[in-house]
Every structure is written in structure tokens, then in C-alpha cells.
Design a binder for this molecule. Structure first.
Ligand code: ADP
Ligand code: MG
Length: 483
């Protein structure tokens, strides 16, 4: 970006809150079901009534560490929780329990691909904290309603270093992070339901400067697309401020998705002082060697590892491998199919071609796809044995199977009369028909225009509706044309 003849660059750091998929809250046994009747998942512990004591959820710690290990973070062995004090109606305790000085994971990184280029985004920390409740402003004209179901739900906050060089990189980072938490089963990654929430910190500086510019934090970004749009619009606004010779002020802004612009919420002068102190009700927790080892052993294959396995062991292209590994359930289906079909390239082509088209067309996930991997494997085997060709298998047999998923592929192909004809009698009949229809072409062929063989094979294919085995067709044609 050029401002008054100087090239400027943008620097972005993201703070992402991910709701952990634990059945109960971070410090109480309250359920965490999304969309439950308001205030039905709220115990006195969540409200911090006098005499109640919080008890740490072991699963939440496990999930946070699982994510940290997948990002190559260091795991903090001695942890404690702090109280972050502030008043807000959706915070019934008057403080939020968070990890202040001992985030359970520090460092680590996530690799992204932007326009074919690999880029590493460094993480500063991943820490555990509890969520706040929800204020509902639009249910009543006069009053704000409060739903404390979400209060106390376990979150991890993933904080990147200020190292992200563009809105596209931020977009790629969030897509990659969402993919990863889903692979790991620690968060459902659903931004619309608020399971993943992102704040973007943005600054600009003259290119090459080592010092960071003044940052603006943009909150309330509820989709990955909006994060990108907000960064682009805020960067543009900052450039305009500098262009006018004014100073960027440190502030918190919000993104208005309707107008596509940001607006100021509060400035640094109004910033809170949270008076952090160690929560006296929660004893420090130690991550033991044994606990850490168990979590390490249970780590599933990660997206990048899958891509590498597809490329090196299955000899698939990087492009295909990335499409296959994009979603865990899709990749799991492919793994089952490849194991069953013993033709990796064909298995990949069926996933990326007919199956993905079907999913797109029906706006469905692979879990909703009616055919199980063995059925697609049967299709592949039919093609590999020369009984049917790919275009008939994908264009006719596949849709027929989707309508009747209980049938075996072979049985249905028989019923629909889709098998290639390798019976030389019927092929001879089609060949004769074609040659009789095209006497001039036959003469041309006999005079030396041998390339016409392709035309004849094509015609036979047409009148046989794709069923004539092309190799046998060619043999019979050559024989007839020599007579
Ligand atoms: P705060 O204490 O205000 O929350 P932190 O230093 O903890 O600030 O950083 C919060 C987030 O803001 C991190 O993701 C970090 O990378 C990012 N960040 C900090 N300074 C800048 C800056 N000047 N420009 C862009 N991002 C920044
Ligand atoms: Mg912050």
C-alpha cells in the first residue's frame, strides 16, 4: 500500500476463542448443550454463590493440551488460574476465571498455504478460560434478557504473534485452525453458533520498519469471511488516517457486517484494569508426565500428515491430497474407500469427482451420503475389470445406486443393462452398421487415411450407448476394413 510515496504494510495478530467440546463446564458439572432453554444449565457454582467451590474439568485441560501438541507448543507443567475482575451483566461472578501468567501452552505455530505459498504463523499462547453468559438485546423492546447457560463453559484462547501479513493469510489461518480443532475433536468449529470467535488486532507501518504501529482491535467477527472483510476495511481506514496526516489511536472497534465497515467502541483511555490475582478457590494444577504421554499417544493423524501420506505413499498430487484432507470426515471416508478399493488414484477421483459433486448439489456432508465405501469400491472394481467404463459408471450407475443404496453395484448394472459388451457378435453387428452408413469414409480409410479409425470407434460407441468394449471394437473394425 502506498501512502504519500511511502510503502506501508499491514500487521495482524489474532485472538481466537474456541469453545471446547466438553460435556460439562470448566469448573462445574453444568451441561453445555447448545440451544438449550435459557438458564436451565446454571448451578450455584456458575453463579459463584457463597460457599460454592469450582472444580477443574480434566477433559478441558486434556483438550487444550491436545491442541497445543498439534501446534508444536510447549506445555506448561505448573499452572494456576487467575481472576480477571470486571463488572458486566453477563458475568454473574463479577470476575472471569482465566490463565493469566501461566498459559497451558506457549509458542508453537500453524502452517498455512496462500496462493500456493507456505507460510508459518507463530502462536504466542493457548490458554484456558471460562466463557461469559449472553445478553439478549433484541428479544424485547424495553429490556435486555440474560441467559447464563454459556457462563462457565470451557474455552481456549489461541493468541498469535503479530506476524500475519495480510487479510488472506488471516483467512487461511482461521480456516486451518477450524480444520485442526475439528480433526482433534476439541471444538466443533462452528462460527455461526459462536463456537469459534475471533478478534483481529491490526496495525500498519512503513515497510521494513521493525517497530509495530499502533494497533486497533476489531471485535465481534462471526465468520471467517467477515474477519477478512473487517481487516481489509480497517486497513483502508487506517491508511486514510495516515494519508490525512493524522495519528492512529489505539482503540477497540466493532465490525458492522451490513455496511462492511468498522466503528469505534472504546479507546485505550477507557481500558479496564482487571486486577488479576490467583484464584484462591482453585489449587494450582500440575500436568504430569503420564498425563502428557497419554494425550500424545491419542493424537489422531493431523491434516498436514494426511496430505503428506496421500502424496508420498499414495502418489496423489498435492492438489488432490489437499482437497481430500480438507475435512476429517471426508478424509476418513476416502481412507476407508482406498483401503477397500486398492486403486488409490481411482478412489481419489471418485471422491473429488462424482461424490463431491453430489455433496455440493445436495448441500450435504459426507455423513449424509447414502453409499458406503464398499459400494464405491465395487464401482471401481467393475471399471478396472473392464465390465463398464467410467462415464457410464459415473453418469448412469452411480445415480441409480444413490436412488437404491441397498443394491449391489453389479446387480443394478445388470438390471439396467449397463455392462460393456465384449461379446463379439453384437459388436460385429454395430461395426457392420457403422461401416454401411459411411461408405466414403471407408474408402478414404482404405486409401490410407488411417486416422479415421477413431471416428469409427466413436460411432460404434455411440450406437452401443457406450457399451461396446473399445479394444474389441478396434480389433473387429481393423479386421473388417482389411477385407
Ligand atoms: P493486549 O494486552 O492488548 O491484549 P497483547 O500484546 O496481548 O495485547 O496482544 C494481543 C493480540 O494483539 C496478539 O494477537 C498480538 O499478536 C496482537 N498485537 C499486539 N500488538 C500488535 C500490533 N501493533 N499490531 C498488530 N497486532 C498486534
Ligand atoms: Mg486482547
Amino acid at each position: 500500500m502506498k501512502i504519500n510515496n511511502t510503502t506501508y504494510e499491514v500487521v495482524i495478530g489474532l485472538e481466537v476463542h474456541a469453545q471446547l467440546l466438553t460435556k460439562t463446564k470448566l469448573f462445574s458439572g453444568d451441561a453445555t448443550t447448545y440451544g438449550a432453554e435459557p438458564n436451565t444449565q446454571v448451578s450455584p457454582i456458575t453463579l459463584a454463590h457463597p460457599g460454592t467451590l469450582p472444580l477443574l474439568n480434566r477433559k478441558a485441560v486434556e483438550y487444550a493440551i491436545r491442541l497445543g501438541l498439534a501446534c508444536g507448543s510447549s506445555i506448561t507443567r505448573e499452572n494456576y488460574f487467575a481472576r480477571k475482575n470486571y463488572f458486566y451483566p453477563d458475568l454473574p461472578k463479577g470476575y472471569q476465571i482465566s490463565q493469566h501468567t501461566t498459559p497451558v501452552c506457549t509458542g508453537g505455530s500453524l502452517s498455512v498455504v496462500v496462493e500456493g505459498e507456505h507460510f508459518t504463523i507463530e502462536l504466542n499462547r493457548i490458554h484456558l478460560e471460562e466463557d461469559a453468559g449472553k445478553s439478549i438485546h433484541d428479544a424485547d423492546a424495553e429490556y435486555t434478557y440474560l441467559d447464563y447457560n454459556r457462563a462457565g463453559v470451557a474455552l481456549v484462547e489461541i493468541v498469535t504473534e503479530p506476524c500475519i501479513p495480510s487479510a488472506d493469510h488471516a483467512y487461511a489461518f482461521l480456516s486451518e485452525l477450524r480444520k485442526l480443532v475439528r480433526y482433534l475433536g476439541v471444538c466443533d468449529g462452528n462460527m455461526e453458533e459462536g463456537s469459534l470467535r475471533c478478534d483481529a488486532n491490526i496495525s500498519i507501518r512503513p515497510g521494513g520498519d521493525l517497530q509495530l504501529g499502533t494497533k486497533v482491535e476489531v471485535k465481534n467477527l462471526n465468520s471467517i469471511k467477515n474477519v477478512k472483510k473487517a481487516i481489509e476495511s480497517e486497513t483502508e481506514r487506517m491508511c486514510e488516517v495516515v494519508r490525512q496526516g493524522k495519528k492512529i489511536i489505539q482503540e477497540t472497534r466493532s465490525f458492522d457486517a451490513v455496511n462492511g465497515t468498522t466503528f469505534a467502541l472504546r479507546t485505550k483511555e477507557e481500558a479496564n484494569d482487571y486486577r488479576y490475582f490467583a484464584d484462591p478457590d482453585i489449587s494450582p494444577f500440575i500436568v504430569s508426565e503420564k498425563f502428557l504421554d497419554t494425550i500424545k499417544k491419542q493424537l489422531p493423524e493431523l491434516p498436514e500428515e494426511k496430505v503428506n501420506r496421500y502424496r508420498t505413499q499414495m502418489q496423489l498430487s498435492e492438489y488432490d491430497s489437499r482437497i481430500l484432507a480438507e475435512e476429517k470426515d471426508f478424509a476418513d471416508y476416502f481412507d476407508l474407500l482406498a483401503a477397500e478399493a486398492s486403486n488409490n488414484k481411482a478412489a481419489a477421483n471418485w471422491m473429488i469427482g462424482p461424490i463431491r459433486s453430489w455433496l455440493n448439489e445436495h448441500q450435504a456432508d459426507i455423513q449424509d451420503f447414502p453409499l458406503k465405501p464398499p459400494v464405491i469400491a465395487q464401482l471401481i472394481a467393475l471399471i478396472d475389470s473392464g465390465k463398464i467404463n467410467f462415464s457410464i459408471a459415473s453418469g448412469k450407475l452411480f445415480p441409480a445406486l444413490v436412488r437404491e443404496p441397498a443394491k449391489r453395484a453389479e446387480q443394478l448394472a445388470l438390471e439396467l443393462n449397463l455392462f460393456q459388451d465384449s461379446d463379439s457378435d453384437s459388436i460385429t453387428r454395430w461395426v457392420n452398421e457403422v461401416l454401411e452408413r459411411m461408405p466414403e469414409k471407408v474408402t478414404e480409410f482404405k486409401k490410407g487415411k488411417k486416422g479415421l479409425i477413431g471416428l469409427f470407434v466413436g460411432e460404434v460407441k455411440k450406437i452401443s450407448q457406450g457399451k461396446a468394449d473399445p479394444k474389441i471394437t478396434t480389433d473387429i473394425l481393423l479386421q473388417k476394413l482389411q477385407e
